[in-house]
Design a protein around this ligand. Structure first.
Ligand code: B12
Length: 271
């Protein structure tokens, strides 16, 4: 059975995967629309296993005002399609069981699921750090009521070297608060507070933030080999006003042009 599952996952380019028990994450499910889907699909038979899958996304080390994850086509659709296809094939192979895929907009705490699945360590910056690709990986999952053999289920942590904490422009790592996280501020709709504006300006970021990942020593030898689902497409490392006319396929298109325009305008203001 395990061979068959591995075959189906690998055939769908999901070879960077691991398994954890659903009970390891069931206490920390995230409230979102997907939670209702999860509850309704598994109403008769509770989930037993989570298949966690990684999608390496780093394409370059060039500086720019866009975080690395926004420099490849939108992972929600690119990686989401592969997960959905694999879930369908697994359901056809094991018709007595259900298989439901998620990515990002997910009730599954994905970093925890991936760490429990043995795919890497949990960094102080809250991110999963894989030994080969570093933290430059997206995480998706397939939840199933098919009980699978789980080997080990312990979360390993990083070395707490403090580099991410020192580099975080908002100084929020280790504080338990994400209020000053640049990635979060870059996504806020409407107007920003003075403090948020000045943090965003000093970071030089228009969308997302990679400061904590750039300095992580566990990322220093990360392999740059983006997942084939991104089709070899690499967007420019920086966004400019003229790019706002066409946001199709970009990871930040869901937020709309206005938030990006505001961020770009802030960065263009004299300091
Ligand atoms: C909401 C969210 C955010 C919010 C965080 C707000 C919050 N509540 O924590 C914001 C917008 C800030 C954010 C930013 C980023 N995110 Co995000 N995010 C998520 C999401 C959708 C849910 C996380 C969550 O709420 N967990 C539940 C809370 C209760 O768990 P928690 O144990 O308290 O804390 C978790 C995180 O919040 C984080 N964390 C812990 N402490 C701190 C402290 C700070 C300052 C921050 C920012 C985060 C953080 O680590 C924990 C493990 O997940 C997940 C997808 C998912 N379904 O899991 C992606 C996810 C965690 N994000 C991801 C990414 C890539 C990022 C960014 C790197 C994007 C970027 N370049 O800007 C940044 C990184 C910032 C950082 N250092 O964490 C990836 C991580 C991949 C990986 N290798 O681990 C995920 C898994 C999405 C995916 N499918 O790949 N994210």
């Amino acid at each position: 059975m395990m061979e068959r599952i591995t075959f189906i996952l690998n055939k769908n380019l999901l070879d960077l995967h691991g398994y954890c028990s659903f009970s390891g994450i069931s206490e920390s499910l995230l409230p979102c629309r997907g939670l209702e889907r999860l509850k309704s699909v598994f109403s008769g038979s509770p989930p037993s296993t989570v298949i966690a899958v990684l999608f390496p996304y780093k394409v370059d080390s060039e500086p720019g005002n866009l975080s690395r994850y926004a420099r490849v086509p939108d992972y929600h659709s690119a990686a989401g399609r592969l997960l959905e296809q694999a879930a369908g094939e697994l359901a056809a192979e094991f018709p007595r069981y259900r298989f439901l895929s998620f990515i990002d907009n997910s009730p599954i705490p994905e970093v925890r699921a991936a760490a429990l699945s043995g795919l890497g360590v949990m960094g102080d910056n809250g991110l999963l750090i894989n030994p080969v690709y570093g933290s430059w990986v997206f995480i998706g999952t397939i939840v199933t009521d098919l009980p699978l053999e789980i080997k080990g289920s312990q979360i390993c942590q990083c070395h707490h070297c403090g580099a991410c904490k020192a580099a975080c422009p908002g100084g929020c790592i280790g504080t338990g608060s994400r209020d000053t996280c640049i990635s979060r501020i870059s996504q806020i709709k409407g107007s920003l507070t003075r403090e948020q504006e000045s943090l965003l300006k000093s970071s030089g970021m228009v969308w997302g933030c990679d400061y904590c990942q750039d300095v992580c020593p566990l990322n220093s030898k990360a392999l740059i080999n983006p997942h084939p689902c991104f089709g070899g497409i690499k967007f420019a490392p920086s966004l400019s006003f003229k790019d706002l006319d066409n946001l199709e396929g970009k990871a930040y298109s869901w937020r709309g042009a206005e938030v990006l325009r505001r961020n770009l305008s802030l960065l263009n203001e004299k300091k």
